[in-house]
Design a protein around this ligand. Sequence first.
Ligand code: NDP
Length: 474
Amino acid sequence: MHIASRTQIFVGGAWQDPATTDSIDDVNPATEQVIATVPAGNAADIDAAVGAARTAATDWAATDPKQRAAILAAARDELKGRADEAAELIATELGAPIQLAQRLHVGLPLTVLDSFATLAGEFEFAEKIGNSVVRGEPVGVVGAITPWNYPLHQVVAKVAAALAAGCTVVLKPAEDTPLIAYLLAHVFQTAGLPDGVLNVVSGTGPVAGQALVEHPGIDMISFTGSTAVGQRIGAIAGGALKRVALELGGKSANVILPGADLAKAVKVGVGNAFLNGGQTCSAWTRMLVHASVYEQAVAMAGEAAAKYPTGDPFDAATRIGPLVADRQRTRVRHYIDIGAAEGARLITGGAQPPEGRDVGYFVRPTVFADVTPDMRIAQEEIFGPVLSIMRYRDEDDALEIANATEYGLAGGVWAADADTASAFAARMRAGQVDINGGAFNPVAPFGGFKSSGIGRELGRHGLAEFLQYQSQQF
Ligand code: NDP
């Protein structure tokens, strides 16, 4: 596909020349070639975008929610019409296998846009409580900062919810995957979104991102990314008493209880850990197996991992593309070395590049067994295709291990019956837990306990995140 460089930013409903003269290279991680450049927006560009969003805020907040719903539905239709182009772009700038790009990277945002189009029309923005009418008012101008791992979904989860709530937005997309955010800006422009309601400034985190967080014209920051940056943003937002929503890292446990369908639980668990090359915040990166079936599960996981070939994202046989960037490859290989040095048993994979993949940021899908809770590979977010299999003695031991990290984003529980799995899940400190392989629900709240974040995305809880309440007493 032809990919053009961008020289402008999207501010006040128009494509404008930025104040910055700096640019960012967008690199194809499969070829290591620069495919395009985009502006590296600076504080002046953020200031212009915040100004446009503030100008648009009062009118947008006052629109009939049904009108907001109609624009979100038009954006969904427009994105649907450009779905192939969007998937190819994501396969190129992120390195996601093309089928995954179509089904998940574009399919999920389409579903999410659809859900917020419906919600905007149906949401009860006012309710009666006793002698009060409680009105949900938009928070105001939202600064959205998003990561590269699901570059369209992470943006849509914030932008669609904020727009549905009646907020205006300044978006700073990840510098590794900026072009898909440009495509989304075009989608909303074509859908008839009023000028200034969505503004997009490409740039780096430390410059454009930080300027957005610090800008006094921003009422709320909605951030997805690493826990370290989330803590920093939370501290700055706290100092200015700005609202903040943080969707951060994870180290989720897939707990296979005695009596579960072991073959299914292991197969689905490996697939979950390796989804998107393991670059998924909610990935089940720790598999917890009872001692009595442990070696069986380890063998099954090794066999399952062999069915995840790495390769060209545009080859239909590829299930794992390159990691997004050289720094991520270095980081993941480093963790594989750490795992080996800590005494974990390497079942498959390893730190050396996959055979025949000297170009591109590829990492071997890797499975470690005999991982213990004190190991760094059991505690820290690796963000690559690395699965740790851990052994437990009994249910209490499994629960203790499952909860023994600083994170609490997601998890899975498998048991002989759903009630047993659900009772165990209720004791897990995690935001969403799949019972016996329950499907992802795009309208259920998504977000973390503990260091995995503050606040929720998706569905009505995600919309409510962008509201503040006024109660009027009668
Ligand atoms: P970051 O948290 O650094 O990046 C996420 C977003 O925050 C990007 O848009 C980034 O900008 C921006 N950002 C970075 N620094 C600042 C800042 N000081 N102020 C405001 N915004 C900022 O994640 P990385 O890309 O560096 O990934 C590192 C690790 O983080 C991964 O290995 C993984 O463990 C974790 N991660 C978790 C994600 C999740 O969904 N939970 C998603 C991505 C990463 P830019 O990148 O453009 O410079």
